[in-house]
Design a protein around this ligand. Structure first.
Ligand code: FRU
Length: 467
């Protein structure tokens, strides 16, 4: 299926990628082993799946405007989760029901087809935050029969089909099959400014009925974006990106929160949510999505934050933002552990064994560092701008030139600890004690490497080969 608007948008996007892509490629902050937009803007991971032999990652993509713009689904695929081939956009805002943005959603694979569920964003006159008239948030389904082009598209639900008491904010469908039925979660904002998750069920993937609503007893933010509901080893987790959660001491320092609730009971009926846990304590982690690869659950996050105050030098090269590395999720004692997929080790180059003392440094642009600390306080600087300091049980990540509100983030960790740090040209992802604590951030250095200013212990450092 194609229409004139879709053909025009695809042509214009291909042209802008061809013409502006080379400029983006010259940016010294262009990443080497992370998914990033060919040009323009990237936010949430969408439609994660394995289709045939290939992993597919779609992303919220504004090809014409590196500060956002109308959203499309950008697309890349990979055999090994490490080397990515960028493909043409698969979904464009080309229908009356998605004309102002093909918003976030998920993929469900059956009978050799990719079912892509997403939110069609339509702006109307009026206040879209409080009443049902200012915006259409349509639940849409696009089908691809080859994983590269769109065969059909339809609108399945509109505002009037959602439960009563909601604003126009109902979005980000995530679909899966269980016990012979299809289920969908969507994030929502009620008229009383409460974030919640709607559960829908279907017999045929097309007709959906609302069967439950999940929220906290006390309001926890006004909107829950990008819900993801899954089980690991018998424990259910509800991941959400809540907007409007108040900062408390050193928690919820980012403009929006992002994490998960353990869910007890049956999500289709009686269930309760346990305590909310932040998934990543760094500056840049939002709207993650997961998918099942056989029996392992893999998650990508957007290594960014919808923070209006945030600026960075990549916009001078016409692009902005990237994904995290893919991580495997496991569960321990009701908590999620997040660790890079082992496939990334294929990028390991030369191994350097380091005996850490103050002043030890390595000048290397992209690396995988594994550091067993000896229990004393330590501080290391990554590239020229990211400092990681531990003392008295507090791990502090600072980016001194990060700008307003983006200077320090903290996590509580006991020593000794094992640290894994994946550093790309403009990102640092820290995984502590087997993924129990994670901290991700972008950075924009002018020189690259790692240097200890204090601390002892042993470290292994591999440089990362270009993917
Ligand atoms: C999260 C989000 C989603 C929405 C998308 C639009 O970052 O706001 O809720 O679908 O981004 O780009």
């Amino acid at each position: 299926m194609s229409n004139a608007l879709q053909r025009d948008l695809l042509r214009m996007a291909a042209r802008v990628e061809r013409e502006d892509g080379p400029k983006a490629a010259q940016d010294p902050h262009r990443l080497t082993f992370h998914i990033q937009p060919p040009t323009g803007w990237l936010n949430d991971p969408n439609g994660l799946c394995k289709y045939g032999e290939d992993y597919h990652v779609f992303f919220q993509y504004g090809p014409f405007d590196c500060t956002g713009g109308v959203k499309h689904w950008g697309h890349c695929k990979s055999r090994d989760l490490v080397h990515w081939e960028y493909l043409p956009i698969l979904l464009c805002p080309d229908q009356p029901y998605d004309i102002h943005g093909v918003y976030s959603g998920s993929a469900y694979i059956e009978d050799g087809k990719m079912y892509l569920y997403y939110t069609g964003n339509v702006k109307h006159e009026g206040d879209h935050d409080y009443i049902r008239t200012g915006r259409g948030h349509n639940t849409c389904l696009a089908i691809s029969e080859d994983g590269e082009t769109m065969a059909s598209k339809q609108c399945l639900m509109e505002n009037k089909d959602y439960p009563a008491g909601l604003t126009c904010h109902v979005r980000d469908p995530k679909v899966w099959k269980m016990d012979g039925k299809y289920y969908m979660v969507q994030g929502a904002r009620t008229l009383e400014d409460r974030g919640e998750v709607l559960i829908f069920q279907s017999e045929d993937k097309i007709h959906w009925t609302h069967c439950n609503t999940i929220t906290t007893p006390e309001i926890f933010g006004y909107m829950w974006e990008c819900p993801d509901l899954f089980e690991i080893d018998g424990q259910w987790f509800l991941c959400v990106s809540p907007q409007g959660v108040a900062q408390t001491d050193d928690r919820f320092q980012n403009v929006y929160a992002c994490g998960y609730f353990p869910l007890y009971g049956d999500f289709r009926g009686d269930c309760t949510l346990g305590e909310f846990q932040t998934l990543d304590k760094g500056f840049d982690f939002y709207a993650p999505q997961s998918f099942l690869d056989g029996t392992r659950r893999i998650q990508f996050g957007w290594m960014g934050m919808p923070d209006a105050e945030y600026t960075n030098p990549t916009t001078a090269y016409g692009w902005q933002h990237c994904m995290t590395v893919p991580c495997v999720l496991t569960a321990k004692d009701g908590k999620i552990l997040r660790n890079p997929v082992p496939e990334l080790n294929a990028l390991h180059g030369t191994l350097r064994q380091l005996s850490v003392t103050p002043g030890v440094s390595e000048s290397v642009k992209t690396f995988d560092l594994q550091y067993q600390t000896a229990g004393q306080p330590f501080e290391l600087t990554i590239h020229d701008s990211v400092r990681l300091n531990w003392q008295d049980g507090v791990l502090t990540l600072s980016v001194p030139q990060g700008g307003a509100g983006r200077t320090t983030r903290v996590a509580h960790c006991a020593a000794p600890m094992s640290l894994r740090i994946l550093a790309d040209t403009s990102s640092v992802e820290v995984f502590v004690d087997g993924g129990a604590t994670c901290m991700s951030t972008r950075c924009y250095p002018t020189s690259w490497g790692v240097r200890w200013t204090s601390g002892t212990g042993d470290a292994q450092l591999w440089d990362m080969k270009q993917s």
